[in-house]
Design a protein around this ligand. Structure first.
Ligand code: DGL
Length: 273
């Protein structure tokens, strides 16, 4: 049984740099906490892989963090949250394990007025149906639409987040939901990378839809969980350590856009899973 102590760091993992959008929200909400982040860049992307493979990768990533000592595990990757959360929670109980799907679904349920919610995510997240299930569990009356938007991952990593090309790709994916008579008013950005494209997506959907980004909602859920379990670190300086499974230089270069601050490759420790 893992030993839980409020002084331990919070473990966060993702398939790569995308989860840094979640780390950023966590650091903003929990400034006294220390974080240990692992980006499994060697095996990215998770979003096109089968549930079995993602579960195996997620267990290995989690093991790496748990071995180092963490008081909670945050699955920042939507794909891993969608297909591996129950496996992780069962494997590491009573260690708290929180993913990004439930908090995102909860926010979408609060926001929708029309009862029509759309989710965009990776192929595996959409195929696994976890967002659909989490939404329906809260509100059985919802109409749910889903679409994989795989190109958004590459665009965000490339730093192509605005302009005509990006908007026309957004339009290509989202156009069917803009037709007259479609009453979708809430769009869940169900992938770590999509918040970087929020401006372009917002320009395409206009006032019709509210965008739901699960990072801030997840940070809120983690705050509530730490309070409930009396595991919060309420004073002292926060901090972070970054681990990656491949190429610290690329991690730093691409990751700095996701984290919203410069990162140096020297601060990233390479690990094998
Ligand atoms: N982190 C993944 C997610 O949120 C996107 C990148 C990938 O496919 O690994 O689903």
């Amino acid at each position: 049984m893992p030993h839980l102590d409020s002084e331990l760091p919070i473990g966060v993992f993702d398939s790569g740099v995308g989860g840094l959008t979640v780390l950023r929200a966590l650091e903003a909400r929990l400034p006294n906490e220390r974080f240990l982040y692992l980006g499994d860049t060697a095996r990215l992307p998770y979003g096109t892989k089968s549930p079995r493979t993602v579960q195996r990768y997620a267990l290995q990533a989690a093991e790496c963090l748990v071995d180092r000592g963490v008081k909670a595990l945050i699955v920042a990757c939507n794909t891993a949250s969608a297909v591996a959360l129950p496996v992780l929670a069962a494997r590491y109980a009573p260690l708290p394990v929180i993913g990004v799907v439930d908090p995102g679904a909860a926010r979408a349920c609060e926001r929708t007025r029309s009862g029509c919610v759309a989710v965009i995510a990776t192929e595996s997240t959409i195929a696994g149906g976890a967002y659909q299930a989490a939404l329906l569990e809260r509100r059985g009356d919802l109409s749910i639409f889903g679409r994989p938007c795989s190109l958004f991952v590459a665009l965000a990593e490339e730093g192509w987040t605005r302009g005509d090309l990006v908007e026309s790709i957004c339009r290509e994916y989202l156009e069917p939901w803009l037709a007259p008579g479609v009453r979708i008013d809430t769009l869940v950005l169900g992938c770590t990378h999509f918040p970087l494209l929020a401006d372009a997506i917002g320009r395409v959907v206009g006032e019709r839809m509210v965008l739901v980004d699960s990072a801030a909602t997840t940070a809120e859920a983690v705050y509530a969980m730490l309070e409930e379990l009396a595991l919060g670190r309420n004073e002292g300086e926060g901090g972070r350590a970054l681990l990656a499974t491949d190429d610290a230089v690329r991690f730093a270069r691409v990751g700095s856009r996701f984290l919203g601050e410069p990162l140096s490759a020297d601060c990233i420790q390479l690990v094998d899973l």
